[in-house]
Design a protein around this ligand. Structure first.
Ligand SMILES: [Zn+2]
Length: 412
């Protein structure tokens, strides 16, 4: 119902009302709306061609490649080896890479999780949404012996240690506006003693596939796109926070002066992909989950209504919903207002920010809709063709939306 009301609001705004300018239905905020108009009714044939270059088998193969490094827990050799592998892939696509380096030490008494369910005493889920219906327990598996596959158990055995960390980015530089960019992210670290196939191999592979396609020699964008494979998400989005701390003040500065080069283009939006595959519905009364994907499966696009960029982020979310209608082959998208617990969170008061997921993170995943989440069962072999196809549809959604936002064309 909330979604329908927002859609009506946008429709009225598009007819020329000043509702949007009055920030209805939100209180006035200082943030100007930097996004282009929502209305762009026609399918762009060039973008459609580009979206058609996404292949299910390639997406699956990239997820499989990531799972070869086990759960990729931050602060381990298997995590560092995965960063190296991701960088080698991006380079092979022709996407120029760089690394962000930072230090990470866990705060005292924090284990590797998020420290509790964070649900307070107000009955709300994380992010502020209202849990509905049947709920089951969730949490992070911290018992290595819970992994029945001995080979995988051994692969995941090295414990995390505090110290230096690295994460890899690659960038498609805009031809006419290199000084402005969208950031497209997923997180390459995981935990729970599985393979972090869905959380977040599925989002990492999505971002890598987009980097591959946007780096093809006949693809030109007006604006810049940065593909970010965050580390340390599972400890509290520390990799994304390190990026912001090091780079926020550098935005839009030409360096060297007169070179036409912008090492840190101005941020126009941040789009995060985290847990893309599993939409099997609410737990049943007995706590079990359907082994089949639900027929109503969709891509959940969330913004955070309590953020400083709420109106612009809401618009960005609907731009993605419109792109899904145009370019996604199988599954629709739904917009929600409670983005939470992922790398777009640290950006949400700075720049329009959204997340794409299999379900709403707070009210649905947080209520037990994904029984593999942070568990030893989050392995590649758990997921079916339909699950992977849902992730591919999120990739089609983001590719179509970002291609439109960055002015992408195909040269002959
Ligand atoms: Zn995640």
């Amino acid at each position: 119902m909330r979604s329908r009301l927002l859609l009506i609001a946008l429709g009225v705004s598009a007819l020329g009302s000043s509702l949007w300018g009055q920030n209805w239905p939100f209180p006035a905020r200082p943030m100007a709306d930097p996004l282009p108009p929502l209305a762009a009714p026609l399918i762009d044939e060039g973008i459609k061609t580009l979206v058609g270059r996404l292949e299910l088998e390639k997406y699956k193969a990239t997820i499989k490649g990531l799972t070869e490094f086990g759960d990729r827990r931050q602060g381990t050799d298997r995590n560092r080896a995965a960063v190296d592998w991701i960088e080698a892939q991006l380079k092979s696509y022709g996407c120029p890479t760089e690394r962000v380096k930072y230090e990470y030490s866990p705060p005292p008494q924090q284990t590797d999780g998020r420290g509790g369910r964070g649900r307070g005493n107000n009955g709300l889920a994380q992010g502020g949404g209202r849990p509905r219906g049947i709920r089951t327990r969730t949490g992070v598996n911290t018992d290595p012996m819970a992994q029945p596959d001995e080979k995988l158990r051994a692969l995941n055995m090295q414990p995390t240690t505090p110290g230096p960390r690295e994460e890899v980015l690659c960038t498609k530089v805009g031809a006419t506006h290199p000084e402005e960019m969208y950031i497209v992210g997923g997180h390459m670290d995981g935990h729970g003693w599985g393979e972090a196939a869905n959380d977040d191999g599925s989002g990492t592979a999505l971002v890598m596939e987009l980097a591959r396609i946007f780096s093809m020699p006949d693809v030109q964008t007006e604006r810049t796109i940065r593909f970010a494979l965050w580390n340390n998400e599972e400890t509290g989005t520390n990799g994304a926070r390190a990026y912001i701390a090091q780079r926020q003040a550098l935005q839009g500065k030409e360096d060297p002066s007169g070179s036409g080069r912008y090492p840190e283009p101005k941020w126009l939006g941040m789009i995060q992909h985290d847990i893309m595959l599993f939409d099997h519905g609410m737990p049943r009364a007995d706590g079990t989950i359907s082994p089949e994907q639900r027929p109503e499966a969709d891509v959940n696009i969330e913004f955070q209504v309590a953020s400083k960029t709420a109106e612009a982020s809401m618009k960005l979310a609907w731009i993605f919903e419109v792109a899904n209608e145009k370019y996604a082959t199988d599954y629709p998208a739904a917009v929600g207002s409670h983005m939470t617990n992922t790398d777009s969170g640290p950006f949400q008061d700075i720049v329009p920010s959204i997340s794409l997921r299999e379900n709403e993170r707070g009210a649905q995943i947080g209520s037990g809709w994904d029984p593999q989440w942070h568990q030893p069962t989050d392995v590649y072999s758990t997921y079916s063709g339909k699950d992977f196809r849902l992730g591919l549809n999120a990739a089609q959604t983001t590719l179509g939306a970002i291609a439109g936002l960055t002015g992408t064309t195909l040269t002959k």
